[in-house]
Design a protein around this ligand. Structure first.
Ligand code: ATP
Ligand code: MG
Length: 224
């Protein structure tokens, strides 16, 4: 009885980072499916202000990328936009974001760090990446052309020995109880790079982004 109360007391918070340059419907759909499956109370969309891995050429200002995120998630009571990385100086590192959220949300919150398989494959290039696995659960979503296969060889070598397989759960758990889940979402082969390329040549981006985002891009002449 006591255990059940404790379990219900916990808050499950998804953290979905990205450049969101711009946010598109595959981001939204992936977050929706993850929130539903993992029974998340909310999902924070955290646009990266100064992404260490992206070149600045056609990167819209962080404030505009945040404005588009806000517009895209309006009306979804579970989704929130976070300006956390815009308020910090220097490079935007996920490890700093997760630490800040841990601090702010306190011990009752369970963090679920959401990212696509393509991003997860490069995680060993991220700043202090090993720490990430001791701050949050991971949900690695499929992204065309990759399925979300749960294979130990996908885990970074440096942390592999600390995880063991979760039978029947398509995932792994480490010695502190943090899990890595591999989760298949509806395959939508959409990318922000493709949307920017279309906008640049004056082609339609309708139905790839929410209507408000499309209007915003047109009005502010982004990605021309
Ligand atoms: P870009 O082409 O500029 O890299 P992107 O479409 O990859 O943009 P990001 O902002 O880089 O978008 O991605 C944020 C997160 O969303 C990443 O973890 C990425 O793997 C995930 N993601 C992006 N597009 C998809 C998609 N079509 N399906 C599933 N996950 C996606
Ligand atoms: Mg990307």
């Amino acid at each position: 009885m006591k255990r059940a109360v404790v379990e219900e007391d916990r808050v499950r918070v998804g953290v979905f980072g990205g450049t969101f340059n711009p946010i598109h419907i595959a981001h939204l759909r992936a977050a929706e499916e993850v929130a539903e499956h993992f029974r998340l109370d909310r999902v924070l969309f955290v646009p990266s202000a100064n992404p260490p891995h992206k070149t600045a050429r056609d990167l819209a200002p962080a404030s505009q990328r945040l404005a588009m995120v806000r517009m895209a998630i309006a009306g979804n009571p579970r989704f929130r936009a976070s300006s956390l990385e815009l308020r910090r100086r220097g490079w935007s590192y996920s490890v700093d974001t997760l630490r800040a959220l841990r601090q702010r949300l306190g011990p009752r919150a369970d963090l679920y760090f959401i990212l696509g398989q393509d991003a997860f494959r490069e995680i060993d290039t991220w700043h202090e990446y090993e720490q990430l696995f001791w701050l949050a659960h991971f949900v690695v979503t499929s992204r065309p052309p990759h399925g979300a296969k749960a294979e130990k060889s996908l885990l970074p070598v440096a942390v592999r020995s600390r995880f063991c397989y979760l039978p029947g759960r398509r995932g792994f758990v480490n010695d502190r109880g943090y899990r890595i889940h591999f989760y298949d979402v509806t395959a939508l082969d959409i990318s922000s790079s493709d949307i920017r390329a279309r906008a640049a040549r004056g082609a339609s981006i309708r139905y790839l982004v929410p209507p408000g985002v499309r209007d915003y891009i047109a009005r502010h002449r982004l990605y021309r």
